[in-house]
Design a protein. Sequence first.
Length: 165
Amino acid sequence: MKWYVIKVVSGKEKKMKEMIEHELKFKNSQNVISQLLIPSEKSLQIRNGKKVNVEKNIYPGYILVECESISDVEANIKHVPGVSSVLKQPLSQSEIDRILGIHDKKAVEDVFCANQKVRITDGPFNSFIGEIKNLDLEKQKAKVCVLIFGREVVLDLTFQQIEKE
């Protein structure tokens, strides 16, 4: 089984997934695919001072399909409204692992490292620039040194609250 990409109307991925599943069931072809997946990630955002769990599409306008032959899938879904195209090149295993969230600690180390400049994206110090002093990979946190009114202040932030500068 290999993974392929179906391009659909952006913002309508869930509805398109349901329509594709319905079409395959209607044509009695549900055995041509093993999985249909919308790549998404769950994140914690702070709205109005409260923590809210949010699910966000990683690749808007795309659905992943695991199947033996993409031509069988394409033949069954080509008339589904909203399906733009099917990419016939299979995704590599490393791409699938990354998309499905199979990360190792080295991947996080590649994103952030000590003495790296970062921008704070959330909280009271939003948009401040700081420098990473220490990383805690287990807790997904970083100690970031920020200059506030001419004084250095060390903040304990999650990886979701910072981005590369």
